[in-house]
Design a binder for this molecule. Structure first.
Ligand SMILES: Nc1ncnc2c1ncn2[C@@H]1O[C@H](COP(=O)(O)OP(=O)(O)OP(=O)(O)O)[C@@H](O)[C@H]1O
Ligand SMILES: [Mg+2]
Length: 49
């Protein structure tokens, strides 16, 4: 079982703060296969599932 609550990631850049991911909640049960979909820049890689 994977449980995540309130995942977030904020980058500090020269232009200021970039809140790339905010408030991701996720439950994945044993044996479940989960796809993580979203448009370019949505935050899939940063969430690092
Ligand atoms: N090192 C970084 N510094 C600043 N912003 C970043 C950094 N890495 C990612 N971001 C920003 O975080 C957001 C999410 O990026 P991410 O790479 O997770 O998207 P993605 O869903 O994986 O996109 P893609 O489908 O193109 O792979 C984007 O707005 C991106 O510009
Ligand atoms: Mg990506």
């Amino acid at each position: 079982m994977i449980e995540a609550r309130g995942l977030g990631r904020t980058f500090t850049t020269r232009q200021g703060s970039v809140e790339a991911v905010r408030g991701v909640d996720l439950d994945v049960g044993a044996g479940e296969i989960v796809g993580f979909l979203g448009p370019n820049g949505a935050g899939k890689t940063v969430t690092d599932l």
